[in-house]
Design a protein around this ligand. Structure first.
Ligand SMILES: [Zn+2]
Length: 315
């Protein structure tokens, strides 16, 4: 028996049961009126076509499935394929390209592209507790990737897309944000929203952090320019964890996602954050990671209606 032989990857009824168990741990509730009783399972609609997971509410007479209000709602793709796609994206360390996903699931590239972006949206964390609560260490660093649209290639990183990543060293969680620039006015609010005041902030010696660091209980720096990667005076001062995150991210983006525009970068980052924060070293195996991703499908419906994004899917 392999993981891939699980019934919910092949049998639509089993797939619905699996997803319902995660989204409705207390049993089904009516999507329209919220009722939890007088709900009956409807196996066929009037045209006698089997509708998997269809329920009818005795209160409001409405019909609903577990797909409603989730990323699954707008797609006609079978739930088994959704689950296969989520599993693939959760189990490969560097991610899966839309081309690969399309070939494996036997769907078109365009379908695979939409699917992957919806799954990334499910991986995106919602409102979260700040990092460094209780005085833990939070490493912050930035990296550069790709090309900023309409910015001429000049010096250093000005023409590249900029990513700011925060890693909570105690809980081993990562959070990444695409930023337009590295000015204190830009980075300050992001740090304030995501890092507790009592945290120990760890950065490199970049000037922007000098001022921002004063808002936290401690601000320690390592001087990369002087080849210092772990502080010589205090071995708990380093930014190696966030640098490790960047190395996984860069390898993934280079190998799997060659062309990523600015407007999609945040979704790829959500995917890398998700896998990093739910990784095997933290005791999260592929299957549990898949279940975690499924917890995120509710309320994350995406509507890719704009022509721009459709063009991007084809390009
Ligand atoms: Zn109802």
């Amino acid at each position: 028996m392999s993981v891939l032989s699980k019934p919910y990857f092949h049998d639509e009824t089993e797939a619905f049961k699996f997803v319902e168990g995660i989204i409705w741990p207390q049993g089904p509730h009516c999507f329209h009126c919220g009722a939890v009783d007088r709900l009956t399972s409807v196996t066929a609609n009037p045209e006698k076509r089997i509708r998997h997971g269809l329920y009818r509410c005795g209160h409001c007479k409405g019909q609903f499935t577990v797909r409603m209000g989730t990323i699954f709602e707008e797609s006609k793709l079978p739930m088994t394929k959704w689950l296969q796609a989520i599993y693939l994206m959760c189990s490969s360390k560097k991610g899966v390209s839309a081309h690969q996903l399309g070939r494996t699931l036997e769907v078109t590239y365009k379908t695979a592209w939409f699917l992957a972006h919806r799954i990334r949206e499910a991986m995106r964390s919602g409102e979260l507790a700040p990092f460094g609560q209780g005085g833990g260490a939070v490493e912050v660093d930035e990296t550069f990737i790709g090309r900023e649209p309409d910015v001429p290639v000049k010096r250093a990183f000005h023409h590249k897309l900029k990513v700011l990543t925060l890693v909570d060293r105690e809980t081993r969680q990562a959070r990444s944000v695409v930023v337009d620039d590295l000015r204190p006015e830009t980075l300050g609010p992001i740090l304030a929203a995501n890092i507790a005041k009592e945290a120990r902030l760890m950065t490199d010696e970049a000037r922007v952090y000098g001022k921002l660091g004063r808002d936290y209980a401690e601000h320690a720096t390592v001087n990369h320019q002087r080849d210092e990667y772990v502080s010589r005076t205090d071995p708990t001062i380093y930014t190696n964890t966030v640098e490790g995150y960047f190395s996984i991210f860069k390898r993934g983006m280079k190998g799997v996602y060659q062309h990523c525009g600015k407007k999609h970068l945040h979704r790829y980052l959500a995917e890398f954050d998700f896998r990093y924060s739910n990784r095997i070293a933290l005791g999260v195996d592929d299957e549990r990671r898949t279940v975690h991703a499924l917890h995120g499908v509710v309320g994350k419906r995406l509507t890719y209606r704009s022509t721009d994004e459709r063009k991007a899917a084809q390009g």
